[in-house]
Design a protein around this ligand. Structure first.
Ligand code: FAD
Length: 330
């Protein structure tokens, strides 16, 4: 009988693992959100599309480049932007010191890569997994309503480290490494417009005490809707303001944006704020993945290695290398 494997999370790590293990096992992915992609996320409102998590990513390892090439051919990825200057003062731009390296975005939305990778996988959406229940030679999963989701031989969590720590039993050997991980938050401001602003860039880093980055999201390939801006706060500022009033956070970000761009966006037809509790990996686990062979439990994700989309892929690929060998040995 093929082994049954539950994967928690349908971000890039969970989907990478799912694709690799599918030929050798019965794999089910459980995802708490309606959409796929985790922090590679897209929200649509009022004819605008906002990639409100990851903005673009690079591909430095040959393995990841192979996936990127496949997804480009399938039309699920595109290159963007050509340059990322830095906004240093009111409407002042410093040139991109890191241009030359290809940057990629999902197409027609940031979730494009996840949707590409979800093909052929059994994915149950809008299911939040609660702490795992030990059963003889396996684990029983339950959702937020305590519904029984079945018994699995192996369970792998790709949820951010603090959430993974809450799911795993005390006996899990990865707890010490999980406790080392530190993630910081981020606020994302989404601004929908009728007329595209003349900012002089598609994306820019921002040298500021509150803001860190902004993108004219509607300039990404395959986004035909109305003009849309995505503005990220700094992670340290978000950490200090995580529990602050949303209206006050929005106003402070808008004031900084006006200061940096010279444009007052307060009258925009649509403004919303998203709070990421776990956005950025400040300190990684320092191990490519966690796996407890005695318990049949594991974990992977960007937080094992570093703070990038490619880190999520690399962590899941490394765990898949081990698990495919174990599964082949029976
Ligand atoms: C604001 C922001 C900006 C970023 N910018 C960039 C960038 O420009 N470039 C870059 O390379 N990276 C960027 N990143 C980081 C990048 O998004 C991540 O490194 C990568 O997407 C992580 O993938 P993952 O699969 O490891 O985790 P995630 O994408 O977080 O996936 C984990 C999944 O687990 C699910 N989950 C959690 N708990 C449960 C549960 N109990 N039950 C079921 N499902 C659960 C979550 O819903 C999620 O879908 C950014 C991230 C954020 C938030």
């Amino acid at each position: 009988m093929p082994k049954s494997i539950a994967i928690i999370g349908a971000g890039l790590a969970g989907l990478t693992l799912g694709q690799r293990l599918k030929p050798q096992a019965n794999v089910t992915i459980f995802e708490k959100s309606r959409g796929l992609g985790g922090r590679m996320a897209t929200r649509r409102r009022e004819e605008c599309a906002f990639d409100h998590g990851a903005q673009y990513f690079t591909a430095r390892s040959e393995r990841f480049r192979t996936l990127v090439r496949e997804a480009m051919i399938a039309g699920s990825l595109a290159e963007w932007p050509a340059a990322v200057p830095t906004l240093t003062g009111p409407a002042q731009l410093a040139t991109d010191g890191r241009s030359g390296e290809a940057r990629y975005v999902g197409a027609p939305a940031m979730t494009g890569l996840a949707n590409h990778m979800a093909r052929g996988l059994e994915i149950q959406r809008e299911i939040t997994i609660t702490p795992l229940i030990s059963e003889e030679n396996g684990w029983r999963l339950r959702d937020q309503d305590q519904r029984d989701l079945g018994r699995f031989d192996l369970v792998i969590s790709t949820a951010p480290a603090p959430q993974t720590a809450r799911l795993m039993p005390q006996a899990f050997s990865g707890h010490a490494a999980l406790a080392e991980v530190r993630l910081s938050g981020c606020f994302t401001l989404m601004i929908g417009l009728e007329i595209a602003p003349q900012l002089g860039f598609e994306a820019a880093r921002i040298d500021d005490e509150i803001l860190s980055f902004m993108a004219v999201n509607s300039t990404k390939p395959g986004r035909p809707g109305k003009p849309a801006l995505v503005v990220h706060s700094r992670n340290d500022w978000a950490e200090a303001n995580l529990e602050s009033d949303r209206g006050a956070v929005t106003e402070q970000m808008l004031a900084s944006l006006e200061n940096r761009t010279g444009v007052n966006f307060r009258q925009a037809p649509w403004i919303d704020l998203h709070r990421w509790r776990f956005a950025n990996v400040e300190q990684a686990a320092g191990e490519p993945f966690l796996f407890d062979p005695a318990l049949g439990l594991g974990a992977c994700g960007d937080w094992c290695i570093g703070n990038r989309v490619e880190a999520a892929f690399q962590s899941a690929s490394a765990l898949a290398d081990l698990l495919t060998t174990i599964l082949a040995e029976g």
